[in-house]
Design a protein around this ligand. Sequence first.
Ligand SMILES: *[C@@H]1O[C@H](CO)[C@@H](O)[C@H](O)[C@H]1NC(C)=O
Ligand SMILES: *[C@@H]1O[C@H](CO)[C@@H](O)[C@H](O)[C@H]1NC(C)=O
Length: 460
Amino acid sequence: MLYLIKLLIPLLLLTTFIPNTTQTQLTVAPTADVTTQKCDDSFGLQRNVLERRFSTKTPYRAIANYNDTSPIYNGCHPTRIWSIIRHGTRNPSKSVILHAKTRLVELQSLILQQIKPPAHLCADDLKQLRRWNWDHIEPDDEKLLVAEGEDELIELAERMQLRFPKLLPDLYNPEWYYMKYTATQRTLKSAQSFATGLFGRHRIHAITYPQPLKRDPVLRFYKLCSRWKTDVDKNPETMFNARSFYAEPAMQSAVEQVRSSTQLSDELTDEDVQLMYTVCAFETAWQRHKSPSVWCRFFDVHSLSALEFAEDLEYYWNDGYGYDLTHRIACPAIADMFATTDTPGYRANATFYFTHSGTLLKMLAHLGVARDERPLTHKDFGKDRLWRTSEIDAFATNLAFVRYDCIEKEPQVLVMHQERVVRLPGCPQDDDLCPLSTLRRNYADSVERCDFEALCQAAN
Ligand SMILES: *[C@@H]1O[C@H](CO)[C@@H](O)[C@H](O)[C@H]1NC(C)=O
Ligand SMILES: *[C@@H]1O[C@H](CO)[C@@H](O)[C@H](O)[C@H]1NC(C)=O
C-alpha cells in the first residue's frame, strides 16, 4: 500500500499547483490572445507517458519497483549480495548545456515572437516558456549528480534494505560492506547517497572506499579496451542504424510534428528536435514535484516514441548486442561477481559498485537480458522489442546477484534487474532461483576464458 501513496503524492502536488499558476498567469500574460487556452489536464502528455520514454535519461522513479516485501524461498536464506548500480539523474554533457544556452534560446524567442503562438500552448505553457532559461547551469557543471539523483539512490537503498534486512544491516562495518565508485563526482555522490539510505545521513563519514579509478578494470572495463574504442565506439558504422532512422518516414513525421507544433517549419532541423527532446528529458527528470519541462509540450506520443527509438538504436549498436566484442569485454565484471558470490570469506557479504550506463548495458547484453531474436535496425520502429533503454538503462539502473544458502539444495542465486527478478537464459524458467553451479556453467566460456588483454588489443 505504501508504494501507492508514494506515487500519489507527486500527483496531488501537481494538481494543486496548476490552478494557482494559471490564475496569476491570466492577469499578466502579455501575448495571451483569444486563442490562448486555459491549462487543464487534457493538454500535452501526462507525466507517466512522458517519463518512461527518455531512454537513458529516464528518471528511476518511472520504472522503480515500489514493492519492498522480502522475497521468501523456503529452506533458503540470503547470505551475500553483489550489485552494480548506475549513477542517478545528473546534469547533461557540456555540449548539450552549450546548445541549450544558445540554440534553444533562439528557438524560444522565435516561438515567443510569433503573433499567434501555437494554439496548443495554454497560458501557463507560454509563461513557462517565457521564463525558461539555463542561467543556473554552466558548462563546467556537466554531468554532476543532481538532487533527484541523490534521492533515487537513497530510496533504492532503503527498499533493498527492507527486502534483505539481515543481509544489509543498518550499522556500517567494513568487513561486511565493500563499496566502490569510479573517479567521477556522479558515482561518488551516488555511493554516498546509497550509504545514506542504508546507514543514515550522520553515519556515512565512517565509510572507507577503495581508491577510485577513471579506468577501473571491473567497474568501467571498456575504458581499458582500445580495440572496442576503435572498432565500435569511434567507428562511424556504429551509428549507421541510428542515423538511417532519421531518413525513415516515422522519424520524418516526428520532425514534421514538432515543426508544426512550434510553427517553425523552415527553421527547425533534425538536431533542433533532438535538442528539444534531450532538454525535455533532463528538465523533467530533475523535478518530480513540478510539471514536466515546457519543451515536452511540442511532442506527441508518436514523435516522442520515434526519438526514443533512435536512442535505443544508438545504444544497441554502441553498448549492447550490436557487436560481439562489446558484450564479451564485460567478462571481468561477471568474473568479479562469481568470485564474490562463490568464494566463502572473499571480501565482504555485500558488494556495491557505482558506475555508468556503458557498464550496465554491456553486462546486460553479456548476460542475455532484453535480447531480441534479431538485431535491431532502423527498419524496426513500431515492432515489439525487448531492447528498451528507458526500461533497462534509466538513471540509477541496477543489477543484483543475491546468493542464497539452502538446507536441502545447493547454493542458489537470485538475479534482480531494476529490483525485479529476472530468470536468465539457461536457468530454470519456472523458478526465481538459479543454482549457482548452473549459472557458473552458463557463463564458463566467457568467465574462464576472459582474456581481456587479447580481446582488446588493437587490430593494427
Ligand atoms: C511483492 O513482492 C513479494 C516478494 O517478491 C511477492 O511475493 C508479492 O507477490 C509482491 N506483491 C505484489 C502486489 O506484487
Ligand atoms: C556472510 O558471508 C559468509 C560467507 O563468506 C557466510 O558464511 C555468512 O553466513 C554470511 N553472513 C550472513 C549473516 O549471511
